[in-house]
Design a protein around this ligand. Structure first.
Ligand SMILES: Cc1cc2nc3c(=O)[nH]c(=O)nc-3n(C[C@H](O)[C@H](O)[C@H](O)COP(=O)(O)OP(=O)(O)OC[C@H]3O[C@@H](n4cnc5c(N)ncnc54)[C@H](O)[C@@H]3O)c2cc1C
Length: 548
């Protein structure tokens, strides 16, 4: 059966009162990933039983009004678009032996848009954080007619990127990084330097007329359950402003607070100690021995910067890391969907986003394992040279590579933009497989009894979980109730099972009523902002105070 014929049959069965046969349209281990139109959240149903159950429940409230396959009559897979009673959607389907292997359905728009009354001081949605996550969500809410306000503690939009170390250039190529409604111009560099990114965000906020208060720090938030509202306090320049939004969105980054180890002897060490988030390269560091605790992206970027000004960095690598040449990452991992070549094959960023989401995480793990096996094989001498220089490598504990590590813990990798060569030729030293046991006046001591002389220490030790923000801005009880963000239950280090199949707490309802999270890289800000905005718009339409 072709994909076209399958979709026709699927919608007929789905719209029938007796849905018992819908599961028979899927392979026994088939998948249905539904991003809102039928289940109202982001979820993946695995296997016939779960799909059948889901279809029965979804069918009580939703029917498919139209479904149109975009491919050829005999194609076995392709894009389609559809309408339900509430909205317009798109999807991607793969058929094999007449049965569905994967079905992906995504809500794109609501049939009825809402226009919000102007002049209300209290926004329906308050977004804390005006980085790319907050700005993209604001742009989407405006498009859906939802009343929102963004607050950011920095004086200027983009300051979060400006504050990062000088040499930072995006590791992802431009095709992966576009934001909604205002793509980068065609002559934009493939890899955006961080200050250019900052200025782009500032012009984005201006050009899209984003409703943002800068210099405005949210200092506390408390949920008033009886009223279904938040009571928040914002310090805005020298004023204190109280607001009562219905929904509160944490758009505060990829993670929580900088992790700074408390080593024995920390107070005795004579030189400067910086977390990577606060590190600024200075010419006076030339000639210094710098111990860098950590061996992932920030550690390697900072180490290569230090080499360039004549310092001698040593990476202290406690556990293994994934390293990939930037060309391999861009060509083999992102390139099939996000590249100039993909665009020339008709895969725009918009289509690429659907194709990417159409692969459930269970299958993505398998797909990525193959990609990373081939990268390892093809770059054998590169990896041997790194290992011979003492750098301990991994490709994720199950070999599934960087993309899965990113989804699980957002850490543990380096996209090589130059440091690997310096490690191989010894300009960056590596001490691997040992933890720091103590500091003394001018050295770091490791648990194998060895020591490394150091004039300065950089802690490239990463960040905590996003729920640290909840504890700090709301309270500990809510943080515990909500639980950690990221990870999908892969049962690997840092991402305990059971299997969930979608990212924890990200862009979906949480255990705390009316509290939501957004965050992550530019690609996630682009894609998931729409899905989160649609969920909020649904609440907006039904909010009594707005309707009346
Ligand atoms: C070294 C490094 C390299 C990276 N490289 C890439 C890359 O190549 N590609 C990529 O896509 N991503 C990259 N990222 C990851 C990611 O894009 C960023 O972390 C990104 O900034 C996340 O965007 P955001 O909008 O979610 O949060 P942020 O940009 O962190 O913005 C959060 C905002 O919240 C504000 N804020 C904090 N507390 C309050 C408060 N109480 N009240 C009001 N406002 C507050 C801050 O001022 C800030 O502006 C990198 C990150 C780092 C650290």
């Amino acid at each position: 059966m072709s994909a076209n014929a399958w979709l026709t049959k699927f919608s007929a069965v789905f719209n029938n009162d007796d849905r018992d046969s819908i599961e028979e349209l899927f392979q026994i281990d088939g998948f249905w990933r539904d991003y809102l139109p039928f289940g109202g959240t982001l979820q993946t149903l695995e296997g016939r039983d779960k799909i059948g159950q889901f279809a029965k429940e979804a069918g009580l409230t939703t029917t498919i009004e139209k479904i149109t396959f975009e491919g050829g009559a005999s194609d076995s897979e392709g894009f389609f678009h559809f309408e339900t009673s509430q909205g317009l959607g798109r999807g991607y389907v793969r058929i094999s032996d007449g049965l569905c292997e994967t079905l992906f359905t995504q809500l794109d728009n609501l049939k009825e848009k809402t226009t919000h009354p102007d002049g209300s001081l209290n926004p329906f949605v308050l977004i804390v954080g005006g980085g790319q996550g907050g700005l993209a969500l604001g742009a989407q809410l405006a498009d859906l007619g939802v009343n929102y306000l963004i607050v950011d503690k920095h004086p200027r939009v983009g300051d979060q990127w400006r504050s990062r170390y000088d040499s930072l250039v995006l590791h992802d190529p431009v095709w992966y990084d576009h934001l909604p409604f205002k793509p980068f111009p065609s002559d934009w560099p493939t890899f955006t330097p961080k200050d250019q990114m900052a200025d782009w965000l500032e012009s984005y906020a201006h050009d899209l007329n984003i409703n943002i208060w800068t210099n405005s720090k949210l200092t506390s938030a408390k949920y008033i359950g009886s009223e279904g509202k938040w009571a928040v306090t914002i310090e805005n320049d020298s004023k204190v402003v109280k607001l009562e939004p219905t929904h509160l969105i944490m758009a505060l980054g990829l993670s929580g607070f900088p992790k700074i180890p408390t080593f024995k002897g920390k107070d005795i060490f004579k030189g400067p100690q910086h977390h990577s988030s606060a590190f600024k390269l200075q010419e006076e560091y030339s000639g210094l021995n710098v111990a860098i605790v950590g061996a992932n992206n920030s550690a390697n970027d900072i180490a290569s910067d230090l080499v360039k000004i004549g310092a001698r960095p040593t990476l202290i690598q406690r556990s293994t890391s994934l390293v990939v040449r930037q060309d391999d990452y861009c060509d083999k991992v992102l390139g099939p969907l996000y590249s100039a070549d993909a665009v020339s094959r008709g895969i725009t960023t918009d289509k690429a986003d659907i194709l990417q989401a159409s692969v459930p995480l269970r299958l993505l793990e398998k797909k990525h394992k193959k990609i990373w096996d081939s990268i390892r094989q093809e770059q054998k001498s590169y990896y041997n040279n790194l290992a011979n220089a003492g750098f301990a490598l991994d490709f994720a504990e199950d070999g599934t590579g960087l993309g899965m590590k990113y989804r699980r813990t957002a850490s543990g990798y380096y996209i090589d933009v130059g440091a690997a060569e310096m490690i191989m030729d010894g300009r960056i030293s590596v001490k691997s497989g040992h933890s720091v046991s103590a500091l003394s006046e001018d050295a770091i001591h490791l648990d194998d009894g060895s020591s490394i002389n150091a004039d300065m220490i950089v802690y490239a030790t990463g960040y905590g979980d996003m729920t640290e923000w909840v504890a700090a801005l709301i309270d500990q009880e809510t943080a515990v109730k909500v639980g950690p963000c990221w990870g999908y239950g892969s049962a690997t280090k840092g991402d305990p099972g059971p299997w969930i199949g979608e990212l924890r707490n990200m862009w979906v309802k949480t255990e705390q009523e009316n509290l939501w999270f957004t965050g992550g890289n530019l690609s996630q800000a682009r894609y998931y902002s729409r899905l989160l905005a649609l969920q909020l718009a649904k609440h907006f339409k039904t909010a009594p105070s707005i309707v009346n």
